[in-house]
Design a binder for this molecule. Sequence first.
Ligand code: HEM
Length: 204
Amino acid sequence: MMAVAGAWRALKPVAFIAALLPLLGLIAALLQMGSASLGPNPVRELLHATGKESLNWLLITLLISPIREISGQWQWLTIRRMLGLWAFFYALLHLAVYVILELELDWSELTQEIIRRPFILVGLASLLALLPLAATSTQRMMRRLKKRWQQLHYLIYPATALAIWHYYWQVKADVLEPLVYASALVLLLSWRALQRSNAFGRLD
Ligand code: HEM
């Protein structure tokens, strides 16, 4: 019994370290830049890695509810907010790499870029949808917004859908990976819809 309690106590630090590791990997790769560990185009590599991490952590965050419901263990919920914030953090890092390293803070270039690569606007929309979630992620906001908090936090679904669309739009040939992400999101949405219809069924 004690061992089980200990294992649940370890969940939060383990999840934190799991989300931190890709960042440490990127920092380590950057420090070895001389030996070209990030490949011939390090900025592109950083963009890809941070974009992917953000999307991965969004989907893992969405996976927490089904895991909780299937396992019947509420403790899983204790890591959901932290994982969502990690997804947001990687999205901010992705934007920072783009604006600082790729555009070199040249704002006039941004307009040209958006015309040339409109998928960037979809990424921006995804980030904007994540913004109110991060801003209201505290316990205080949760208590203040009550039922509206839950409704607001459903924004994670359109934010993830936009991120997948952003990804799908910019890959030229190999659409397999974005399609795998899209299928995962459809599965998660179907699960949510099924849970809702069951809940309504129970009310009848
Ligand atoms: C301000 C918002 C954003 C901007 C300006 C932006 C920009 C970009 C750019 C320039 C690329 C690289 C395209 C290339 O290889 O030519 C990219 C790729 C990507 N972005 Fe974003 N993005 C934004 C938001 C997001 C968000 C919020 C997510 C995820 C939640 C995301 C996920 C991705 C993914 C998964 C890729 C592809 C990575 C790969 O090819 O492996 N982006 N983005």
